[in-house]
Design a protein around this ligand. Sequence first.
Ligand SMILES: [Fe+2]
Ligand SMILES: [Fe+2]
Length: 156
Amino acid sequence: MSNSSNSAAADAEGASSSSKVEIVRGLNEDLAREYKAIIQYVVFSSTLKGAEYGDIAEQLKKHASQELAHALEVARQIDYLGGDPTVKGKEAEYSQESRKMLEIDLRAEQETIKSYRERIRQAERAGEFALSEALRDIIAEEQDHEIDLRDALGIR
Ligand SMILES: [Fe+2]
Ligand SMILES: [Fe+2]
């Protein structure tokens, strides 16, 4: 192997390890967002009041378990990429007012979907296709969460 191809290989390796660092950083943001979602859904599904919100309270409980499954999967992916899964969640938000709380959850889901879209692009650029597939499964559920919240808020 000539010197020039050696350095090209080293450059390629350097690029892929720096993109891995970027992906891990992003995934830790996603993980912190999942922790926040778990807290919000656990608390809110048990405090939501009002007969008009009967169905959504049950759905929010389901969201809570799905967010936990997402957190476990994202942490597993971080570990696989050689990173350390964060122990810090983003700060959870809360409102006593049902409609406001649903709006808070909806905004959080929209942010989450945007972030996972970016992470899927990063994963594909880096050739991490198993990761991008796992993230696609997660994003499909986040989109269902968004729909549930929109329905409950009557803003379809
Ligand atoms: Fe999630
Ligand atoms: Fe979600």
